[in-house]
Design a protein around this ligand. Sequence first.
Ligand code: A2H
Length: 252
Amino acid sequence: EGVNPQEYTGVKMEVVEWSPTAKAIEGKVNGRKVFLVAATLRPETMYGQTNCFVGTSITYGVFAINDTEAYVCTYRAARNMAFQGLSPDRGQPQQLLEIDGAALVGTKINAPFGLAPEVYVLPMDNVLATKGTGVVTSVPSDSPDDFATVNDLRKKPEFYKIDREWVSIDPIPVLTTPTYGELTAPRLVEKLKIQSQKDVKQLAEAKEIAYKEGFYSGIMLVGEFKGLTVQEAKPKVRASMIEQGMAFAYAE
Ligand code: A2H
């Protein structure tokens, strides 16, 4: 981890329907609403969420945030949140139970600000337990990693133990750039001949290009700040999500 703190947006994705393997959580949260919390650096792209990713070999916790809400994330993230005053006891997360990432796959959740309002939890190989919350919301229009992973899942649903229906939403245009048009990530994945999420070297390059192109040359196509540059829209979308209780500031 570097010396400069990363300012993430913690996006609250409320559980709509647990997967059969996670259903037991329902009875153990004392009636609280449960949210998977995804850490993102691109809040302005949240309109284009098509699913969310977890690591299948990562252990997650369900943490009580107050009497009415609980968050699903890594213990490490819950501890950071507690230190940041996001839960009642400073530095002391209140864990209700533990759950394996694999068991969360197939859970249906809300995607705040998403043009596709309900999406599924899916597996991704490269989710790091040591970054963010361990939960990654997926925006295949603008994230090459997300697009490549969704492609893998669509090609081999049986191998990844998922239902083909969970991965049925196509990339949703969110912003446009002069060089790559409305679907920056799919164009870059094609251009750099990226075959799968395993092509980590090319994906790192694609990620860099997509980020710069979007940030410096992107214009919003959808949402409350349609027509604004990405640079202008980014803090505004974030503030709007936070104001509506759908997100919070999270740093590490
Ligand atoms: B970003 P940085 Cl549209 N493991 O959100 C792997 N990746 C993780 C993660 C984890 N534990 N936690 C967060 N991330 C992803 C949106 C997005 C992101 C777009 C384009 C690029 C992009 C939708 N996915 O990231 O290493 C999250 O994906 C590339 C910068 O802290 C988060 O933002 O710089 C980003 O990586 C944080 O990565």
